[in-house]
Design a protein around this ligand. Structure first.
Ligand code: KG4
Ligand code: ZN
Length: 341
């Protein structure tokens, strides 16, 4: 029997410090250390994020190895997020991974965070069960920093066919939430209030953007003016209408996303459709995608909640596929804040 491939994955691109062990494509552990420190600032503070990563990284890696039940000496390679992300945050993960590889004399594998979000669909559970999309498929990757439509040709072949020209979908959620006085990250809170609201009470326009690209900055501005106008007339407007406002904002963001995803499917003829990234945890988006499956004969793929937001499982699975291709990097590698998929 050939030797098992055991990957330690490290993720530190934004405000989550995470480590995961994947053995032959099956996930054995996925530990995430969240950073509460940013809540009161209404967004991630880069300097505080890198300091928190420094504090978290060793305990998080230790816990991931312990929970997996494997022996540290059996790890075949270490995969880490090279970018895109916050440079100071990335540097913590990159430096740790390099030292770990050197100390244990194992190969080092650099991973693109956006590819990781997409390949999270290929993570199998401990028993080997999973539901990966079939190639080629389209993936709508929606996170706090990115909004992209990617044509995925195989595990390591990606064509970026559409992206945002300004804010990301996650930013649209978070910035709208901030206008409503909600703490960071506001996306999950908008989702929560929207569940009890009517999405058609307030309407916000859909931007006209070329090709398969997106724009969310206009939506943010129209929400800002709408809130200003309404609270001038009724200072309690937000509190009295929170559910309907959140449902209407969420509805508008989902409409913008779905319109372009529908266009991408029509233009490419691809009906295998996946979503990925933090915003794919949104219940409204998940429901709408399932509705599209019926109305458009799509085959849709939604990752489990734990693989939507940033986690090292998605980095470990990408590193696993690169390991199979002997696609390693050396110690001269550095973090890269800006990278395309
Ligand atoms: O992928 P992710 O964890 O980090 C980045 O790579 O950016 O995505 C974080 C984003 C945040 O903007 C957060 O508000 C959003 O995902 N998010 C949600 C939900 N859960 C997380 N947005 C809407 N509804 C949710 N349930
Ligand atoms: Zn992410």
């Amino acid at each position: 029997m050939s030797k098992s491939i055991i990957i330690l994955g490290i993720e530190s691109s934004c405000d989550d410090t995470s480590a995961s062990i994947i053995k032959d494509g099956k996930i054995l552990s996925n530990v995430i250390g969240n950073q509460k420190v940013h809540e009161k600032y209404g967004g991630v503070v880069p300097e505080l994020a890198s300091r928190a990563h420094l504090q978290n990284i060793i305990p998080v890696v230790h816990q991931a190895i312990e929970e997996s039940g494997i022996d540290k000496k059996d790890i075949s390679a270490v995969g880490f997020t090279r970018g895109p992300g916050l440079l100071g945050s990335l540097l913590v993960g990159v430096s740790f991974a390099k030292s770990f590889a050197l100390a244990n004399n194992i190969p080092l594998i650099d991973v693109n965070h956006m590819q990781g979000h997409i390949l999270a669909h290929f993570i199998r559970d401990k028993n080997g069960n999973g539901n990966p999309p079939k190639f080629p498929f389209l993936c709508l990757t929606v996170s706090g920093g990115h909004t992209q439509i990617v044509k995925v040709n195989d595990t390591l072949g990606f064509d970026l066919i559409g992206e945002t020209i300004d804010d990301a979908a996650g930013e649209a959620f978070d910035k709208s939430a901030k206008l409503l006085g909600l703490p960071y990250p506001g996306g999950p809170l908008i989702d929560k209030f929207a569940k009890d609201g009517n999405p058609t009470v307030f309407t916000f326009g859909i931007p006209k953007v070329d090709k398969l690209n997106f724009s969310f900055s206009g939506l943010k501005t129209s929400i800002l003016y709408f809130i200003k106008k309404q609270t001038k007339e009724n200072p309690n407007f937000i509190n009295e209408n929170m559910n309907d406002i959140c449902a209407s904002i969420q509805h508008s963001i989902i409409n913008i996303l779905m319109k372009k995803l529908e266009k991408a499917s029509k233009e490419t003829g691809i009906i295998e459709i996946a979503i990925a990234g933090g915003v794919s945890a949104n219940s409204g988006l998940r429901t709408r995608l399932k509705e599209m499956e019926n109305s458009h004969s799509w085959e849709t793929y939604i990752p489990p909640f734990s693989y939507c937001t940033d986690n090292a499982g998605m980095i470990a699975i990408t590193a696993y596929f690169k390991f199979l291709e002997s696609d390693f990097c050396d110690q001269s590698i550095s973090a890269k804040a800006r990278m395309t998929v």
